[in-house]
Design a binder for this molecule. Structure first.
Ligand code: COA
Length: 150
């Protein structure tokens, strides 16, 4: 299993994972638009030519937001999410990023557990942030001292 930069050839598999993971998945054009921006970093976890998971970060100066993160449905709970996010955070630090923010559906226990495991802490709540279905967002962040510390 390796973590590397996402390449265009990964898109078919990444979009498949997006569509099985989210009620409002990225279109190919949407993914391409973010992926090709100068201030984004996209990573894939690959094993034998198969994409097991991916994530995207968008940064401004020394702070970044997690745009998306997902693991193939049939490969969840194997530690791939942790391998991916922990690795992405380490690489982000090499880009001078010292703080990472994200928002997550309040009921998304798997993702919240992953973020806590990677050193994120809750620092806010946004009422009715999500639609389809309507749900509050928990705001979380990790800074350099606790990035990948656990
Ligand atoms: C969130 C997601 C990326 C986690 O990926 P994963 O590869 O299954 O995560 P890991 O196996 O590395 O597990 C990381 C931690 O989360 C916990 N966890 C994972 N899935 C869980 C679940 N369904 N319920 C409870 N805890 C869970 C693990 O036990 C582990 O915690 P621990 O180390 O304290 O035991 C994956 O569930 C996913 O793709 N979900 C759909 C997309 C999504 O919701 N993305 C986040 C949007 S904000």
């Amino acid at each position: 299993m390796t973590l590397r930069e996402m390449i265009l050839e990964d898109f078919d598999q990444v979009l498949q994972i997006e569509s099985e993971s989210f009620s409002d998945p990225w279109s190919r054009e949407g993914l391409f638009a973010f992926w090709s921006m100068k201030n984004t970093l996209f990573f894939s976890v690959e094993q034998g030519g198969e994409i097991l998971g991916y994530c995207g970060l968008q940064y401004v100066l020394d702070e970044a937001d997690v745009l998306s993160i997902a693991v193939r449905r049939d490969r969840r709970r194997e530690g791939i999410g942790h391998f991916l996010l922990d690795g992405a955070m380490r690489i982000a630090r090499e880009f001078g990023i010292t703080k990472i923010h994200l928002e997550v559906r309040q009921g998304n226990e798997a993702a919240i557990r992953l973020y806590l495991r990677c050193g994120f802490v809750q620092d806010g709540l946004r009422k009715d942030y999500y639609s389809d279905p309507k749900e509050d967002a928990i705001l979380m962040s990790a800074c350099e001292e606790n990035c990948g510390a656990v």
